[in-house]
Design a protein around this ligand. Structure first.
Ligand SMILES: [Zn+2]
Length: 335
């Protein structure tokens, strides 16, 4: 019978503070893959934590072989701050991380800065011995949920395929495989499979995204023969963004862009109404139509740093600002 335990990876920070990072450990009692699932390396990206909680319940009852590690709040101090990094302040861009972007710190460092110490604790507790990794992140709500994977890792390509996540973001191997690096790269550079799934919406936990994350994790575990059951929804089209043509839709006028109720990932026919602009000059309503048929890869008026600042999410658009992007073609798999 499978067994689940809650354990803690103990990080000791530079000032001596001890941070016990909780994680689930599910054992089957049989040899097999060791599947690591992580979430919230960036403290505002939390959809995957709930997807993982549900996945652990399934694994607890049904795990056939191997082990599962689930770390739902990897960057626990950043989660408690409700911000991307422990160094993040109000409206401070992600990139301005002062060495505290956790997903650049793997395998961590027990003598490093506080974030490197968190990574080190998780690496020692679970990442070191894991054979496969699913790392949940989140993009802003304006970008479609996507799966990022390395094309030089056959296992990673397969994990991305069976995830059934609509948008695939293939990445080539880096020119130099060095550490510190992302958690995914740490796995890939040592011949292990890993994917990153961006469950789009930050700061919030949204049922639709939780289901997508759970679905992907279940399919990966079935593909690894760790859970019983058939792979589901492999007939859903996936869009390879290396192969698709992404057509941006820009604002023809300045004013408020009003979305027409689509969601990212939806299929739109050429000519469909994507929304309209309420002109701030003469209050005219200007329709915005889909230029091609395809899947919505981005949707809604937004701009750089919308993941840390509310003004960047404001629907007021200048002329020429992108209000949507439609991915045309690039379909792989499916039926
Ligand atoms: Zn992230």
């Amino acid at each position: 019978m499978p067994e689940v335990q809650v354990k803690h990876a103990l990080a000791v920070l530079t000032d001596g503070t001890e941070i016990p990072i909780p994680y689930w450990h599910v054992t089957s009692g049989s040899e097999g893959p060791i599947f690591l699932i992580t979430c919230a390396q960036h403290g505002n990206e939390v959809n995957g934590a709930e997807a993982m909680r549900r996945f652990i319940r399934v694994a607890e009852a049904n795990l056939l072989r191997g082990q599962v590690y689930g770390v739902p709040m990897a960057n626990l101090p950043a989660v408690r701050k409700r911000r991307p990094h422990i160094s993040s302040g109000p409206e401070k861009p992600y990139g301005d991380d002062e060495g505290h972007n956790m997903n650049r710190t793997w395998p961590g460092d027990p003598e490093g800065n506080d974030t490197e110490r968190l990574s080190y604790a998780i690496h020692e507790a679970c990442a070191k011995e894991a054979t496969h990794c699913l790392d949940f992140h989140s993009w802003s709500r304006f970008s479609a949920t996507g799966c990022i994977f390395r094309t030089d890792s056959e296992g990673s390509v397969e994990m991305a395929r069976v995830s059934a996540i609509r948008f695939l973001h293939p990445r080539p191997a880096p020119e130099r495989m060095s550490t510190p690096c992302t958690l995914g790269a740490l796995f890939n550079n040592s011949g292990r499979a890993a994917v990153t799934i961006e469950l789009a919406t930050q700061y919030t936990i949204v049922e639709r995204e939780v289901r997508r994350g759970l679905h992907a994790a279940l399919n990966i575990a079935r593909w690894l023969q760790m859970l019983p059951g058939e792979l589901e929804d492999l007939d859903e089209p996936q869009i390879d963004l290396e192969k698709a043509k992404v057509v941006t839709v820009t604002a023809p006028r300045a004013g408020l862009f009003v979305e027409a109720g689509w969601a990212t990932g939806d299929f739109v026919e050429a000519g469909s109404r994507l929304g309209h602009i309420l002109s701030d000059e003469n209050l005219e309503t200007v329709e915005v139509l889909a230029p091609v048929s395809g899947y919505l890869q981005t949707y809604g008026a937004h701009r750089a740093d919308c993941d840390v600042a509310l003004p960047a999410q404001h629907p007021y658009t200048s002329v020429g600002e992108t209000v949507a992007a439609v991915a045309e073609g690039g379909m792989v798999g499916g039926q």
